[in-house]
Design a protein around this ligand. Structure first.
Ligand code: 3HC
Ligand code: NAI
Length: 693
């Protein structure tokens, strides 16, 4: 018997135990082990019932995703499911933890399913660009009916125990350890108290209306994705006899597997986990039982909300009563939103506001906080002054963090007597919703402080990514570079809406000009004024945004910007056309046409170039860290895996060629990063750098 699958006999009952940590993924070894165990036990006349359960934290959490993209090895999961379903001896399964994907499919092929209280079941394949491929689209509708199956399979959501019982996925729910539950349920089968049946033999009631409705919904909701529609097609085939339905499912599943979207989405899945692998992972983190926040504006109130929602008490300092009132209203509004979205109860919100939030103007209120996050205006002098005050107030061992977007953490830390306790914790707006947290490590930051930053990210259910100090860290440094290309494209002939639409078709939720209107054009205007003196003379001048601002148009908040905004609707601002035309004329530019591909290629090549420099300079640990920053903080299309995963799909040689071509027009902006040159020469890729660490 294999190491991951063991069997045990207790009278007429045979137990199959699965032990493939951490999540009992259905790897080749596990599939092989189950196949052998079922074959052996089914042939044994003394075995009257077989029960499969998982050791560790879960029953099978799905196929082993790491095997995808490699040549598949027998036994294949669908065949194993068929073998289990056809087994003459009754087979039951005991589900605990997160029984997902191929794990739920194995369970559906057994003849009865016992849920252990707390188990969550689901078919999350759609989230990684595929669909259930081991009978999930065929057996789920047989157990739950078509609408419930469509809901589960197209959303990938985890269904809680009670609901799973109610919709027919579980036959019993018990509150026992998995092995004890297996023995008890097997005895119920022997005693005739638990009925067993073959799922494949249950007839599906056809529901054409639901199929049509879900097809329309998926096409509208996921215009760029292929797997949600394939999921619906799979369920539609469930009215066929099981073997024919399984064959159709396999055909659809293979289409998904062969799609580049599958590779991109799986890269995104691993990116979320890879970023936790940091050099400081083994350092002892400090306990964080309370948080201080300074500044209750856009970011401070969002950070406070995130901490409160994670159960942490928060003391927030503002400048005066008026500002405190505004902060209190924002936090209350954020929590109301969480109640509306079903993330918390109204009673929890009330407790949080009454017991866990303190608003004050006196810095001394922070003298017991374990971690203090500064989120005041983006000015070095103000930040330095705040950190000097914190140095005198914060208790020994307290961590002092800045939420700065661009500023030098080492310079901020140098103003304190405890630079080892200082780091950057860069949240993204809205901070209680966006998942990214850049953990910015200064030259003197203590490893334990870094580890605490990552522990905090986890507690806040965010994705922490390690960044070193530079202007803008990982995300904003790259953004500051490639955003210019959107302006250059407009100067040279594209309209802002052409640029936006090309990038939205590529998969971004919003194009760069729509984002500018949302964020407020005044912010960029102020930054440009501040940095005007430091701008290199060779850099192209684009003043279109300044001209728009001079009209008092700052985007959505003033009703006009690049677009005219009317409630949720927006249309191109015709005056912007005139401004653009005048600016082109003044610069002596004859406008030319750009295809969508040309727009996307220039924009993405600029993004990749600066991302490559971020790797070269050691600001990010690995290319996959840059991908995570863009996926979780900048709305990068998940199915494309992140900028550097996407770069590998294009290839370094092509990227170098593109940059050389663009440089003929603007040699200052378009320069080939050394690392890209090397990759083009050696035939290597960013993925190779992910493997090295
Ligand atoms: N295959 C391979 N490795 C997996 C895996 C899987 N299906 N699921 C999780 N892992 C790995 C993770 O990468 C991580 O590895 P690391 O420690 O080296 O980083 C480790 O297991 C623990 O995972 P998490 O950190 O995510 O642990 P959590 O407790 O937070 O979450 C989970 C557990 C809910 C199971 C979550 O890991 C998850 O959602 N996994 C994916 C489940 C999934 O998508 N299943 C369907 C697979 S596709 C399929 O079954 C196809 C079939 O229809 C044919
Ligand atoms: P904001 O202007 O909305 O809020 C700043 C708040 O700080 C104001 O409410 C102000 O009253 C308060 N404040 C100023 N000086 C203070 C003092 N001495 N004591 C107490 N409170 C004081 O600014 P925002 O947007 O929240 O930005 C804050 C910081 O977060 C900046 O460093 C910014 O760069 C950074 N950041 C901003 C993001 C954004 O999208 N707005 C995203 C990520 C970081």
């Amino acid at each position: 018997m294999s190491e991951v699958v063991t069997t045990e006999r207790v009278g007429a009952v045979a137990l199959i135990a699965l032990d493939n940590p951490p999540v009992n993924a259905a790897s080749h070894a596990l599939r092989n082990g189950i196949q052998d165990a079922i074959a052996t036990l089914d042939a044994d006349p003394e075995v009257k019932v077989i029960a499969i359960y998982g050791k560790g934290r879960t029953f099978i959490a799905g196929a082993d995703i790491r095997e995808f993209g490699k040549p598949p090895k027998e036994p294949h999961l669908p065949n194993l499911c068929t073998q289990i379903e056809n087994c003459a001896t009754p087979v039951i399964s005991i589900l605990h933890g997160t029984t997902l994907g191929g794990g739920l499919e194995v369970a559906q092929a057994t003849h009865a399913r016992i849920g252990i209280t707390g188990v969550k079941v689901g078919l999350p394949e759609v989230l990684i660009g595929i669909m259930p491929g081991a009978g999930g689209t065929q057996r789920t509708p047989r157990l739950t009916g078509v609408p419930a199956a469509l809901d589960m399979i197209t959303s990938g959501r985890h269904v809680p125990t009670e609901e799973a019982h109610k919709i027919g996925l579980l036959d019993q729910v018990v509150d026992l350890e998995p092995r004890a539950a297996a023995l008890s349920a097997a005895q119920d089968v022997l005693d005739g108290k638990l009925e067993t049946r073959r799922t494949g033999q249950i007839a599906v009631t056809p529901d054409e209306a639901a199929i049509t409705e879900w097809r329309t919904r998926m096409a509208a909701k996921h215009p760029n994705l292929i797997s949600p529609l394939k999921c619906v097609d799979g369920v539609a085939a469930a009215t066929l006899p099981i073997a024919e339905g399984m064959a159709e499912e396999r055909r659809l599943f293979t289409d998904c597997m062969d799609s580049p979207q599958r590779a991109g989405l799986i890269h995104a899945f691993f990116a979320e986990r890879a970023v936790a692998k940091i050099p400081e992972a083994t350092a002892t983190s400090r306990d964080i039982a309370s948080i201080g926040v300074i500044g209750g504006g856009t970011m401070g109130s969002g950070i406070a909300t995130a901490a409160l929602m994670a159960g942490l008490p928060v003391a927030l300092i503002e400048r005066d009563q008026q500002a405190m009132d505004k902060t209190a209203a924002t936090i209350t509004g954020n929590l109301d939103g969480a109640v509306k979205r079903g993330k918390m109860t109204a009673a929890t919100r009330d407790t949080i506001l009454a017991d866990r939030l303190t608003l004050a103007t006196d810095f001394a209120t922070l003298n017991t906080a374990d971690l203090i996050i500064e989120a005041v205006f983006e000015e070095m002098e103000i930040k330095k002054e705040i950190f000097a005050r914190l140095d005198t107030i914060a208790k020994p061992g307290a961590i002092l963090a800045s939420n700065t977007s661009f500023l030098d953490i080492d310079e901020i830390a140098a103003g304190t007597s405890r630079p080892a306790d200082v780091l950057g914790l860069h949240f993204f707006s809205p901070a209680h919703i966006m998942r990214l947290l850049e953990v910015v490590v200064g030259a003197q930051t203590d490893p334990g402080v870094v580890a605490t930053g990552f522990a905090l990210a986890k507690k806040l259910r965010k994705v922490g990514v390690r960044a070193e100090v530079c202007d803008g860290f990982i995300g904003n440094r790259i953004l500051a570079h490639y955003r210019k290309v959107a302006d250059y494209l407009v100067m040279d002939g594209a309209s802002p809406w052409e640029v936006d639409s090309a990038l939205e078709d590529f998969g971004f939720a919003m194009g760069p000009f729509a984002v500018s209107d949302l964020a407020g054009l005044d912010i960029g205007w102020a930054t440009r004024k501040r940095l005007a003196a430091t701008k290199p003379p060779e850099e192209r001048d684009v003043v279109i945004a300044d001209r728009i601002c001079e009209n008092g148009w700052f985007g959505r908040k003033t009703g006009k910007g690049y677009y005219v905004h009317d409630g949720r609707d927006s249309s191109p601002n015709p005056v912007v056309d005139q401004i653009v035309e005048a600016e082109r004329k003044a610069a002596g530019i004859t406008p030319r046409d750009f295809t969508d591909d040309e727009i996307v290629n220039r924009y993405m090549t600029a993004m990749i170039s600066e991302a490559a420099r971020v790797i070269e300079d050691g600001i990010a640990l690995r290319p996959i860290d840059v991908d995570a920053v863009y996926l979780f903080g900048y709305g990068f299309p998940r199915f494309r895996g992140g900028p550097l995963f996407y770069a590998d799909q294009i290839g370094a040689a092509t990227l170098v060629e593109r940059i050389h071509t663009y440089a003929e027009e603007d040699a200052h902006y378009w320069q080939v990063p050394d690392i890209l040159h090397q990759m083009a020469r050696n035939g290597t890729a960013f993925a190779d750098l992910n493997k090295e660490s």
